[in-house]
Design a protein around this ligand. Structure first.
Ligand code: PLP
Length: 383
């Protein structure tokens, strides 16, 4: 079975697995301890922070390690809203955000905050104008993702950040960069980003790891209080082996970004062409992110297509992994104006740098074969 669900999670690099295993065996000290074991663990943690900071071109003191991007997003959105509540209680986000941002905003709404949810156009984009028009005197945070996890659509982060910094310098700008880091250029300082989330397991690192970049000078209210770890922003003994594994993956993703994008976007184009061969299939993705293809069949359930592809040897996704067990149509595809059927029928194929050209050929053939089988089913249904 070939794995084409890299936007859900990725196979960790062998180097990452080996490093984590080695550290778990040998460096189990608590970085807060004062003896040699603690000091060694503390050094590893410090080094991991430096490596991540270098990859993002920021300062080590601006990196907070978390359990993943869900936590990073929760900490960014709720931490900023709670910290700056005296400044205002209005937040701006987009309808296509990942649930970890969207539901954090909704939770704040239930606590009395006001939320503006920006619609997107039929390609899934918001504009800097829309964001600027939504800002009020009491707006504290704008949270817009870089690359959408279902469709690969890219938001104009650079323009939004520039507009916010020029016209509304007090409004904080959070970006969920989970699907963009390691795939596209990311310039936190140049783009006016105050908070940036990424996840270890989407870049061939370890599950249960992530980080949040918090620009120097920005304060957050911690979600986990206790021993004061992570600059008082995230209490709990740091998982040093996994954090070092994360740092390794972050470095490899940053260094390999251009190679990744060149290889993977070629494969994406081959698969988009295979999808276009069947006029009944509607592409929901464009040629924006290098690693995601999303399509629907207006009359065919996504599960039928997914299981047909699975029988043909290819593991793909319906919607995003975290919502693929929910029966509702995709919020993202509905927001792009797709019909209820098409929004329920989205198939996401996502690539990584572990594939070979031969695997891509096999996937293209599987899509062709799926198309033939679906036509037979359609004929049986409608004749
Ligand atoms: N944000 C986006 C865009 C994602 O794709 C994901 C993962 O599905 C997350 C956040 C959550 O990441 P994690 O699995 O590390 O909590």
């Amino acid at each position: 079975m070939l794995y084409f669900d890299h936007a859900a999670t990725t196979p960790p690099y062998e180097e990452v697995v080996e490093t984590v295993a080695e550290l778990m065996r040998r460096h189990y000290g608590n970085p807060s301890s004062l003896h040699k074991y603690g000091e060694e663990a503390g050094q590893l943690l410090k080094r991991a922070r430096e490596v991540c900071a270098a990859a993002l071109a920021v300062k080590p003191g601006e990196i907070i390690f978390t359990s993943g991007a869900t936590e990073s997003n929760n900490l960014a959105v709720k931490g900023a809203a709670l910290q700056y509540a005296s400044r205002g209680r209005h937040l701006v986000t987009a309808v296509t955000e990942h649930p970890s941002v969207f539901e954090s905003c909704r939770q704040l709404e239930q606590m009395g905050y006001e939320l503006t949810v920006l619609p997107v156009d039929e390609e899934g984009h918001v504009s800097a104008e829309q964001v600027a028009a939504a800002i009020r005197k009491d707006t504290v945070l704008v949270s817009i993702m870089h690359v959408n996890n279902e469709t690969g659509r890219i938001q104009p982060i650079h323009e939004i950040g520039a507009r916010l910094k020029a016209e509304f310098p007090k409004v904080l700008f959070h970006v969920d960069g989970v699907q963009s880091f390691g795939k596209l250029p990311v310039k936190l300082k140049d783009w006016g980003i105050d908070l940036f989330s990424l996840s270890g397991h989407k870049i061939r690192g370890t599950k249960g790891t992530g980080l949040l970049y918090v620009r120097e000078g920005v304060k957050l209210s911690p979600l986990l209080t206790g021993g004061g770890q992570e600059f008082d922003l995230r209490a709990g003994t740091e998982n040093v082996p996994l954090i070092v594994g994360l740092a390794k993956a972050v470095r490899m993703a940053a260094e390999g970004r251009e190679r990744f994008a060149a290889a993977v976007s070629g494969w994406r184009d081959i698969i988009m062409e295979a999808v276009r061969q069947n006029p009944a299939l509607e592409l929901n993705s464009g040629t924006e992110a290098p690693h995601i293809v999303n399509f629907s069949h207006p009359a065919m359930k996504a599960e039928v297509m997914l299981h047909t592809l699975e029988l043909l040897g290819a593991a793909v996704s319906t919607k995003s992994a975290c919502s693929s067990r929910l029966a509702e149509p995709s919020r993202v595809l509905l927001a792009m104006g797709r019909s209820g059927n098409a929004a329920s029928g989205g198939i996401r194929i996502s690539f990584g740098d572990s594939h070979t050209a031969d695997e891509i050929r096999q996937l293209a053939l599987a899509i062709q074969e799926m198309t033939t089988r679906l036509k037979t089913v359609e004929r049986r249904l409608f004749e």
